[in-house]
Design a binder for this molecule. Structure first.
Ligand code: MG
Length: 156
């Protein structure tokens, strides 16, 4: 659990991390350097989920052995499926991280939505639906490792 009170924003009591895969954790389907260690470290405080359309068919193999649950989605209806995944976990306890247009509703639904620009770009719709934009997923994970950074960015 990550529990942090943010002046003017509210209290975040986060239990689940829900991540997109391609463009967020991976480039061209290949897991980014450092992500495996960061995901395993975050798993000490959060239940980690990866929800993906798995465009390149590499997610299961890349994430094998990490402390995370992988959910593969069918190619149709991913926007709603990702949102429903967050809602089912209890959106008030979820931080969602993604970069794509199909992440927009899960970023909006989650108590905290972090959008990643990365190397594959950030869909404008996802940017408008999130709470914070970061350059790289490592920056998103650093925010969760040091929640005072969240306070600094989100407080009013
Ligand atoms: Mg993506």
């Amino acid at each position: 659990m990550i529990d942090v009170a943010i002046p003017g924003y509210g209290r975040l009591a986060l239990e689940h991390l829900v991540c997109d895969y391609n463009g967020t954790l991976a480039r061209d389907g290949v897991l980014l350097d450092g992500v495996a260690a960061q995901l395993n470290a975050l798993a000490a405080n959060l239940t980690v989920h990866v929800v993906t359309g798995d465009t390149f068919g590499t997610a299961l193999r890349s994430l094998q052995g990490l402390t995370c649950a992988v959910t593969l989605l069918p190619s149709e209806g991913q926007v709603q499926a990702k949102q429903a995944f967050v809602t089912k976990l209890g959106a008030a306890g979820v931080v969602a991280v993604g970069n794509g247009r199909n992440d927009r509703l899960m970023l909006e639904a989650a108590a905290l939505g972090i959008a990643v620009i990365g190397d594959e770009g950030l869909a404008a719709d996802a940017m408008l639906a999130c709470d914070i934009v970061v350059r790289h997923v490592a920056d998103a994970f650093a925010l969760l490792e040091d929640p005072q950074r969240l306070v600094a960015s989100l407080r009013v």
